[in-house]
Ligand binder design. Sequence first.
Ligand code: SF4
Ligand code: SF4
Length: 117
Amino acid sequence: MTSTNRKIDHLRRQIPGFACEPGCHDCCGPVTASSEEMACLPHKSVAEHDAALAHWNCVHLGPNGCEAYEQRPLICRLFGTTASLPCPRGRGPETPTAPEVEKQVHQLIASTRQVLV
Ligand code: SF4
Ligand code: SF4
């Protein structure tokens, strides 16, 4: 495991989960991730990427929500858990992500080459 993988793993565990509104995927759309996170996501063809982008969707969004939920990128995990990335439906964990963790997620994003998921 590389040090970036270890950091990702560490940060993932510090972002609290919460229950979304059933059936909602309003905050899903094209997102970016590091190559380390991409390596964990299911492979999608160029045609699948193009079809998703044509509708401004994320390629992993299926009829029942995220099809890569367990391996979703840090930015997807962070969404709804901090004041700066609020859920438009008012959902979120009881205890938000700690500011220091949020800062570290943004630092990791800024320090890794990001590619479109
Ligand atoms: S975080 Fe909010 S907007 Fe995003 S899927 Fe969950 S309920 Fe919907
Ligand atoms: S990876 Fe999953 S949670 Fe993230 S934007 Fe795509 S469908 Fe939504």
